[in-house]
Design a protein around this ligand. Structure first.
Ligand code: TXA
Ligand code: MG
Length: 324
């Protein structure tokens, strides 16, 4: 159900959830100070309660409402990248609801770079918690139609067009003593952050769901392997030739497949979605392409992996999670 900006603001003030556009992905928003409203986010998404939410604020002056410390390094990052696809994890003020921070001592904050999201924050006078507007572990939405397909028509959606960044924000935690860590890669790269921070991150966090990772980093909940998945079983290939061969094998076994490819090269005989070899373009179109291919309800999706270089880190992260 599409709603206007005014209706979205009124519903948020009334403690309801509304799906809203941001430049990264659509978020399922609710008043970040209202625990009853926040509970509706968790129940709608079927998301475990210990997964903390990102609070979307209008500008950096509102950090003080939520964080007990805003270290100089975090201020520099905010100044360089807000509004934008950067989420800062900072020590939380004591009054901040445990529901929004999933029981963590920290709070996640972001100023979105989307005119409609910013207009909504202004008009409602609220800060809104908003995880991606999809069922837990499913593909993130980058259009209003994706939200409706994933969560049903009853969800109020504020349509802001297709998301321009296309994958979720980069998450950086900054401790009170000014150390930083990358918790989730995004289109703002680790190198971009290090450049502004003037120093490398404190210690590497493995983006993995291994036991070692759990022990190393209990503070990165939600970063488990089976995330961002389409419903169709997905196979990943680091080599186009192997993908072509798998397509032939599946076809011979009477199984239907489609392929997602990046850049030029030999084509398999199945349905193909070909994206460019430019990381930013691919990020913008990635979830849409996966939603489209998933909707074909075939037996397998064959996905080519882009090169393992820093420019592709965020796309590779999402693809490897989608592949499980
Ligand atoms: O681009 C985005 O970040 C989108 C748009 C809607 O803003 N939001 C998004 O939210 O991706 P979600 O809930 O799907 O992912 C939020 C991530 C989760 O991995 C969660 O664990 C992490 O942020 N997170 C939130 N608060 C945290 C905290 N206090 N400490 C560590 N991780 C936190
Ligand atoms: Mg999500």
């Amino acid at each position: 159900m599409r709603v206007s900006l005014e209706e979205a603001a009124a519903r948020l003030q009334n403690g309801e959830v509304v799906a809203i556009p941001t430049e990264t992905v659509y978020g399922l928003a609710a008043d970040a100070t209202n625990d009853v409203a926040l509970a509706k986010i968790f129940s709608t998404k079927q998301r475990p309660a210990d997964h903390p939410l990102i609070v979307h604020i209008s500008d950096a002056s509102q950090v003080a409402d939520w964080a007990s410390a805003f270290p100089e390094l975090a201020k520099k990052l905010a100044q360089a990248f807000w509004p934008g696809a950067l989420t800062l994890i900072l020590p939380a003020k004591a009054h901040v609801s445990k529901v929004v921070r999933g029981g963590e001592p920290t709070i996640a904050l972001r100023v979105p770079n989307h005119p409609i999201a910013l207009a909504l924050l202004k008009l409602s006078g609220l800060s809104v918690a908003a995880p991606s507007a999809n069922l837990f572990t499913q593909l993130s939405p980058t259009t209003a139609a994706h939200v409706e397909t994933g969560l049903g028509d009853a969800i109020p959606v504020l349509d802001g067009g297709a998301c321009q960044v296309g994958i979720e924000s980069t998450i950086i935690s900054v401790s009170a003593d000014g150390q930083w860590q990358l918790l989730r890669p995004g289109m703002i790269s680790e190198a971009d952050i290090a450049c502004v921070a003037g120093k490398p991150q404190e210690a590497k966090v493995a983006n993995d769901d291994t036991e070692a990772f759990q022990k190393l980093s209990p503070k990165a909940p939600g970063q488990h392997a089976l995330h961002y998945s389409p419903r169709t079983p997905l196979l990943l290939f680091s080599d186009r030739t192997l993908l072509l061969r798998e397509c032939e094998v599946l076809t011979k076994a009477n199984l239907q497949c489609a392929a997602l490819l990046f850049g030029e090269g030999a084509m398999p005989s199945c349905t193909v979605r070909q994206l460019s070899n430019q990381p930013a373009e691919v990020a913008e179109q990635l979830y849409s392409a996966l939603h489209d291919l998933d909707a074909l309800k075939l037996d397998r999706l064959l996905v080519e992996l882009p090169p393992n270089t820093p420019a592709w880190t965020a796309v590779l992260d999402r693809l490897s999670r989608a592949g499980g």
